[in-house]
Write a protein that binds this ligand. Structure first.
Ligand SMILES: *[C@@H]1O[C@H](CO)[C@@H](O)[C@H](O)[C@H]1NC(C)=O
Ligand SMILES: *[C@@H]1O[C@H](CO)[C@@H](O)[C@H](O)[C@H]1NC(C)=O
Ligand SMILES: *[C@@H]1O[C@H](CO)[C@@H](O)[C@H](O)[C@H]1NC(C)=O
Ligand SMILES: *[C@@H]1O[C@H](CO)[C@@H](O)[C@H](O)[C@H]1NC(C)=O
Ligand SMILES: *[C@@H]1O[C@H](CO)[C@@H](O)[C@H](O)[C@H]1NC(C)=O
Ligand SMILES: *[C@@H]1O[C@H](CO)[C@@H](O)[C@H](O)[C@H]1NC(C)=O
Ligand SMILES: [Fe+2]
Length: 473
């Protein structure tokens, strides 16, 4: 949650307040009908505890200047490049990555190293190296720390972009570094559906919940997630816990730790900032949006998204997926309507371009909507109730990674009609694309066995197979 310091607030907040007031008045009319399912699953509601600094998951790898916090993400538009990032602590050392495919010859890529200061914290040496011109659908091994203590990892490149390529995404949000976070990651890793890439919907380390935003907790989070993020790409979305703006201790530049530690290929999609960008991967087109950057009319994000959506060729990438941190449709009493002003700006485009699904975090619980839109509303006509809309996306809140702030257990009652399923439990989800017409979505709560699905839905593609796929009668 965390508060955005005034000194760092941008102009959109003023616009947002205005829209809020007006919508607040109209929405008071409310939706009175009962919606889908509110799960009665009994769960632990105590706040989660962060794993202590000497936990096994935070162990520093042995050896002088050994690379730590190794993580990868897609490095280009189509999936033929990978950005490899890691931290060394004793000295800068080499930014070289050695890599090879089975039976292929060893190659090397060079990158850059940088550090940053935050109040009285000084970061280690943060390396970012992009490996390019990889072959699709190929296993690559790679080594970092070549001058001192070498460490070897591997990853699979995605299949070539095309309409019928099956591909499996994992979904995690608001992870943090508690014992519950560790359970979520473990359950994802052991899920037999085997996610190949994580779509991460924001709020990574929660370091800002500590005194002076103790950036040591950014390092521990990097070491904790390495066991997955060094082997498969995590596609990053910026959440409010990435803002890290703290004017009270002289830190007035927003997103400093996040942008130094986590690079994304935003330039490849013509974006001017790392907070909004897009990638193509297998049969999907993933658009990442920024809840905490300006999105009003004429702003860079607005102009970019307008052009971006018109570029999507569904014959090439049938699945149009959007990630953002703050949800537009959320029926919990947490962060209620925080996403509303962005919805007002962008929702008509999502309907026009038939977005398949929108994944968000922020609310520490799970919720899946029906296909609904609220685009008829225009201040003067009062048509403010979301309606069933077969061209609209399904909205899924997956902010249930397990961070130290605890679960969002209080829900608005009655459950709105557009809400298909909601439950306040920690977990992760899988979006399993089968072909151009079908994808299988499942949500997995941490209390169950690895293969158990607490909620699921067969997605029918909005472009190729736009039949009614709602799960309610
Ligand atoms: C929750 O916290 C209370 C008070 O600290 C404790 O008595 C209780 O056992 C805890 N419940 C669970 C399920 O851990
Ligand atoms: C930073 O300052 C805080 C108190 O203001 C102190 O507790 C902490 O030890 C300091 N950390 C470093 C690395 O100097
Ligand atoms: C985290 O999970 C891993 C894998 O299940 C386990 O080996 C490790 O002991 C756990 N660590 C903590 C601190 O819970
Ligand atoms: C869209 O993609 C298909 C399949 O790759 C291709 O044949 C077609 O030319 C593309 N259309 C445009 C307008 O680029
Ligand atoms: C608002 O919507 C109504 C119909 O729902 C329409 O008649 C009116 O022209 C719209 N107003 C504006 C400013 O677009
Ligand atoms: C697409 O996948 C679904 C689900 O696996 C399957 O039922 C359907 O037949 C497939 N369609 C084609 C054209 O292969
Ligand atoms: Fe958040």
């Amino acid at each position: 949650m965390g508060v955005l310091g005034l000194a760092c607030a941008s102009t959109w907040s003023i616009q947002r307040v205005a829209i809020f007031v007006v919508l607040g008045l109209v929405l008071n009319l409310g939706v009175v009908c009962n919606g889908g399912k509110t799960s009665t699953f009994v769960r632990q509601i105590n706040r989660s505890l962060d794993m202590p600094l000497d936990s096994d998951v935070f162990k520093i790898p042995p050896g002088y200047n050994a690379p730590q916090q190794v993580h990868i993400t897609q490095g280009d538009r189509h999936g033929k490049a990978v950005i490899v990032s890691w931290v060394t602590v004793d000295e800068p050392g080499s930014s070289t990555v050695l890599y090879w495919s089975t039976n292929g010859k060893q190659k090397k890529a060079e990158g850059k190293v940088k550090t940053y200061k935050f109040y009285n914290y000084t970061s280690g040496y943060i390396h970012h190296t992009t490996i390019k011109k990889l072959k699709f659908n190929t296993k690559y091994y790679y080594v970092v720390g070549v001058d001192h203590s070498e460490r070897q990892f591997w990853f699979m490149t995605p299949p070539e972009v095309g309409p019928d390529v099956p591909y499996t995404f994992g979904l995690i949000g608001d992870l943090g570094q508690t014992f519950d976070s560790n359970k979520t990651l473990t359950h994802y890793e052991l899920n037999p559906l085997k996610g190949e890439t994580i779509l991460f919907v924001g709020d990574l380390s929660y370091a800002d919940d500590y005194p002076n935003h103790d950036n040591v907790r950014w390092d521990t989070w990097g070491r904790f997630t390495e066991r997955s993020a060094a082997y498969q790409p995590w596609i990053w979305t910026a959440g409010n816990h990435e803002i890290d703006c703290a004017p009270e201790i002289g830190e007035t530049k927003s997103f400093k730790p996040y942008t130094h530690r986590y690079h994304v290929p935003h330039k490849a999609s013509g974006s001017t900032a790392p907070f909004w960008y897009s990638i193509k991967r297998a049969s999907s087109y993933v658009i990442v949006l920024a809840s905490y950057s300006a999105y009003g009319k004429y702003t860079p994000q607005y102009v970019w998204l307008e052009q971006e959506l018109s570029k999507v060729n569904r014959s090439e990438t049938p699945w149009l997926i959007v990630l953002m941190h703050s949800p537009w449709y959320n029926s919990y009493n947490y962060h209620y309507m925080e996403g509303e002003s962005m919805r007002v700006m962008f929702e008509p485009w999502f309907v026009q371009y038939k977005v398949d699904v929108v994944f968000s975090g922020h609310v520490h619980a799970y919720e899946r909507s029906e296909r609904i839109s609220n685009v008829a509303y225009n201040i003067t006509n009062g048509n403010c109730i979301p309606v069933k809309d077969q061209f609209a996306p399904v909205y899924i809140t997956i902010g249930d990674g397990g961070n130290l702030e605890g679960l969002a257990t209080s829900m608005t009652e009655p459950q709105p009609e557009y809400s298909a399923y909601r439950e306040a439990s920690f977990g992760h989800a899988i979006f399993d694309i089968k072909n151009r017409s079908h994808a299988y979505f499942s949500w997995h709560r941490n209390q169950d066995g690895y293969a158990v699905e607490a909620d699921s839905m067969v997605f029918l593609n909005r472009y190729f197979h736009p039949l009614d796929d709602s799960t309610s009668a």
